[in-house]
Design a binder for this molecule. Structure first.
Ligand code: TXA
Ligand code: MG
Length: 352
């Protein structure tokens, strides 16, 4: 299959430019498009054959459900039933934006889209290209992150090309995904609202709208979990994994830097390719290996936005050992560390 690559200027585009993509979606095709979190791989969510194609293209396990993207808040009524008031309140505050809600599904939503579950994940994205594309196509758009299963989520069209070129109908290049981490997922089908995946809508932000927010225990895991089964099936897979061996160092910054320098030197001496995930503030203090800055500690959003890009860059450089600083001390830290820990297979060294 020849994949069409189409550039669209996020600040200045016409509906005509989205016509081919919208037609492809209507006909059951696969179109990758930018969202504010990461790039999504879209298909008609109510067409079970189209949904199945997503799993094939990504190599995704069939029990891992898809998020349905809508362009109008009122569409939740068409996809979900027994919707609690809380869902409308959350939609009013956080949509369009990086929040996904789990609700009870209506029969119209095929189980091929929900991985066999009776619930459905719904999100109204903020990216204007995504929103206009969904509205113009006239279909609800199922879209997982547009990476090959097991790779870091794509934050640029180039990443999608690398993973899915020749396997999907079209890729819309709308520039960099500004947030860089997948949406926060909140499950509203239980007694209490539960966070299944932390993201840029933090628990502090959610707690302004909902009382008694709880966490899926798997989200808080600090080691590989065999005993807790995550409620978001996708969170059980070893996601976001770089090819190299990634270790995180946590502790006083001087100790972290010393320890990373020591280990990087030792591995370099043995002839290995070594990478260091540093920040703008610490970059100059590392002395061995390929040193890359993920962002600035003064701007936690820049760290979230840089994470997947840096992991992909180290993959391309065939880095065998990657050493990273830890980011627990910033407000977005929970989401960043959730992804980083998974990428590291929970290898974290705690220094005093
Ligand atoms: O930011 C995002 O959410 C991006 C963009 C494209 O919107 N999408 C995304 O999709 O991250 P994906 O497929 O990579 O991750 C979806 C996650 C998976 O962990 C999946 O298991 C969970 O959502 N999920 C989907 N439907 C669910 C449901 N009914 N119950 C529990 N978890 C669900
Ligand atoms: Mg994904």
């Amino acid at each position: 299959m020849k994949t069409i690559l189409k550039k669209i200027d996020i600040d200045n585009f016409t509906l005509e430019e989205l016509d081919q993509a919208a037609t492809l979606l209507r006909k059951g095709g696969l179109v990758a498009f930018p969202t504010e979190t990461v790039y999504g791989l879209g298909a008609n969510a109510l067409d079970k054959d189209a949904s199945k194609k997503i799993y094939e293209a990504k190599g995704r396990p069939s029990d891992n459900p898809l998020i349905i993207h809508i362009s109008d808040k009122n569409d939740i009524k068409n996809l979900a039933k027994d919707i609690p008031d809380m869902a409308y309140q959350l939609a009013d505050v956080f949509w369009p934006g990086p929040l996904t809600m789990i609700l009870k599904k209506k029969d119209i939503v095929p189980k091929e889209t929900t991985g066999g579950l009776d619930t459905v994940a719904i999100r109204l994205p903020a990216n204007p290209i995504a929103r206009e594309l969904i509205a113009y196509s006239g279909v609800y758009v199922a879209a997982p992150s547009a990476n090959k299963s097991g790779k870091p989520s794509p934050t640029q069209a180039e990443h999608v090309v690398r993973d899915l070129d020749g396997k999907i109908d079209m890729i819309i290049d709308g520039g960099k995904a500004t947030l860089g981490l997948e949406s926060t997922i909140i499950d509203l089908t239980g007694d209490l609202p539960m966070i299944l995946r932390p993201g840029c809508i933090t628990s502090e932000m959610l707690e302004r709208v909902v009382d008694h927010l709880v966490y899926d225990p798997a989200v808080l895991a600090t080691k590989p979990f065999s005993d807790v089964k995550p409620k978001a099936p996708g969170m059980k897979y070893r996601h976001y994994a770089p090819e190299g061996n990634l270790t995180i160092y946590e502790g006083a910054m001087d100790n972290v830097i010393n320890e990373i320098n020591k280990n990087a030197e030792e591995k370099c001496r043995k002839g290995h390719t070594v990478g260091v995930i540093a920040t703008d503030e610490t970059k100059a203090l590392y002395r061995f290996g390929i040193i890359k800055t993920i962002g600035s500690r003064k701007d936690e959003a820049s760290i979230a936005a840089g994470l997947y890009q840096i992991l992909r860059e180290f993959d391309e450089l065939k880095t065998e050992y990657i050493y990273s600083e830890s980011f627990t001390d910033n407000p977005l830290g929970q989401a960043i560390m959730n992804r980083l820990l998974k990428a590291a297979g929970y290898q974290i060294v705690k220094l005093s």
